[in-house]
Ligand binder design. Structure first.
Ligand SMILES: O=C1CCCN[C@@H]1CCCn1cnc2cc(F)c(Cl)cc2c1=O
Ligand SMILES: [Mg+2]
Length: 497
């Protein structure tokens, strides 16, 4: 059927219907793999354009590295690959013949890139080295797949830099983290919390991991939006990426790596969608405006179409992405419904009244506001779209903040968790304490692990999402909410994707 048959509150069924009825996703017969249709791929292109403009200001250069790597290469960083081996996909044959050694498909590109870095970096004059690539990635996840959020093949960018000093590398980590916050806020109208991962949740191969986390309002689950790691000298020692510093001393480079994936599109869909379907933030909408002629017996059809085409050209000149839907095999009502499902930010209706008064009827998708504007006021639409973006971001920020609660003890913590909130607590920073909270919260969670086909998809236990960069100073005598020892930091806990 055309209509979405559930409300957003029936969240996972709503999500499955929206991604199909908004024509974002088509299913494919390899489990965990999905087709990105033009309506979705356009969003990824906008993200690429926006992020490329940002990293260009940091003199990051786009490259392309091979997708295959040998077992030898992959096992170069044995210890941290250990935990990931189960999800590596391998090519073992070509035609009828066996490869004499199997090749892994990139699950990430450190071991592909860093041997080349070692060749390119000899002197401190070769630093800083800053490369990025836009590719697909394959990780044979065994958890139940969700389009955009968790798929076996996804698109991402991965940036990798090498610096001569720790300070410069650390600065780079935070500059990129700010760029990620801008991708979410300025492009996707999704608010995020910048923070640092705990030792247990960080990238094991690195020194520390920073992250932008968001919280899906419907289920209060944390979702990692993107990540920016300081790798220290761990990889440069492993791959001999060293250089002669200005005192003729051999020194190991200081490195960063950072990634953002098509999961960002899933976060945007979940945040902004409503019972009628997708709601697109204007800056990533393939069509920002759709024009619908309303044919009427008192109105000459030819003249109506000429007026609509005239309006379309005016808006094209204003650099707006506008589509005139003059199909004569669908009714206006059908078109309203379809373009609402696809989340087009503004619909312009032109019927006999508008025609006579040289007006258009504006219908805003995000808040369903309706009003008339004169033809000569069409130039207001650029600002109106900007205002819609800002209003969507503010509404989303309010919803996110409503999902963050404080707790000073276990009882309060579990009460908030079972109300599907995330919880900011003082914490001792001890890993075993963190592990205990994970275990206990899983046992006491009202929301049991949700399983599909016997595969745990979303667990009921809480984990740390991040230690927010913006946080109060913990004072002497202020204790960890769980173990009662002296607290050191505030940390945000939550169920997560
Ligand atoms: O998160 C990023 C940003 C972009 C570049 N990479 C880092 C670290 C990636 C961690 N990670 C994540 N997943 C992995 C999966 C695997 F199968 C293997 Cl072999 C390794 C990894 C792995 O190292
Ligand atoms: Mg993983």
């Amino acid at each position: 059927t055309l209509a979405i048959t559930v409300k957003k509150s029936d969240f996972s069924e709503w999500y499955q219907q929206v991604i199909r009825k908004a024509e974002l996703i088509e299913y494919y017969d390899v489990s965990g793999c999905y087709i990105l249709r033009p309506w979705a791929y356009f969003i990824w292109e906008q993200i690429q354009r926006f992020f490329d403009d940002l990293i260009r200001t940091e003199e990051v250069e786009n490259t392309y590295f091979p997708m295959f790597l040998s077992a030898k290469h992959l096992n170069k960083e044995k210890e941290h690959v250990e935990g990931f081996k189960a999800e590596v996909a391998w090519v073992t044959k070509y035609g009828e013949s066996d490869l004499n050694e199997p090749l892994a498909i990139r699950p990430t590109s450190e071991t592909i890139m860093y041997p080349a870095f070692a060749k390119w970096v000899q002197s401190h004059r070769d630093l800083p080295l800053k490369v990025n690539q836009w590719t697909n990635i394959v990780r044979w996840e065994f958890k139940f797949p969700t389009p955009f959020i968790r798929t076996r093949e996804f698109l991402w960018q991965e940036g990798h830099t090498a610096h001569s000093t720790r300070e410069e590398a650390v600065k780079q980590v935070y500059t990129i983290l700010d760029f990620y916050e801008q991708v979410y806020g300025e492009l996707l109208a999704v608010p995020v919390i910048k923070g640092i991962k705990t030792e247990s949740e960080k990238f094991a191969g690195g020194d520390f991991t920073t992250t932008v986390e968001t919280i899906i309002p419907q289920n209060g689950r944390g979702l990692q939006g993107a990540t920016s790691h300081h790798l220290g000298q761990n990889f440069s020692k492993m791959f001999e990426i060293n250089f002669e510093d200005d005192k003729k001393q051999k020194a190991f480079a200081w490195q960063t790596s950072w990634g953002l994936t098509t999961r960002s599109i899933g976060a945007m869909i979940m945040f902004h969608g409503d019972d009628k379907g997708l709601v697109l933030p204007p800056r990533i909408a393939k069509y920002q405006i759709v024009i619908i002629p309303i044919i009427h017996k008192d109105l000459d059809e030819q003249q109506l179409n000429e007026r609509c085409e005239q309006i379309r050209l005016v808006l094209v000149k204003q650099k707006l992405r506008v589509h005139l839907d003059s199909r004569d095999n669908y009714s206006p009502g059908w078109k309203f419904n379809k373009w609402e499902q696809k989340g087009v930010p503004i619909r312009l209706e032109i019927g006999p009244g508008e025609f006579k008064n040289s007006e258009v009827r504006v219908v805003q998708r995000f808040d369903n506001k309706k009003y008339q504007i004169k033809m000569e006021e069409l130039n207001q639409l650029n600002q109106i779209l900007d205002d819609i973006h800002n209003a969507m971001l503010e509404k989303a920020r309010t919803e996110l903040n409503q999902r963050i609660k404080q707790a000073d003890n276990w009882k309060e913590f579990m009460s908030q968790l079972n109300q599907r909130n995330t919880i900011l607590t003082r914490w001792c920073e001890r890993q075993e304490c963190e592990k205990e909270v994970k275990t206990k919260s899983g046992i006491e969670s009202k929301e049991k692990d949700s399983e599909i086909d016997g595969q745990v998809q979303l667990t009921g236990s809480a984990k740390t999402l991040c230690m927010p960069l913006k946080q109060d100073q913990v004072k002497e005598g202020e204790l960890c909410f769980n173990c009662g020892q002296q607290a050191k930091k505030y940390v945000l806990w939550g169920r997560s994707y």
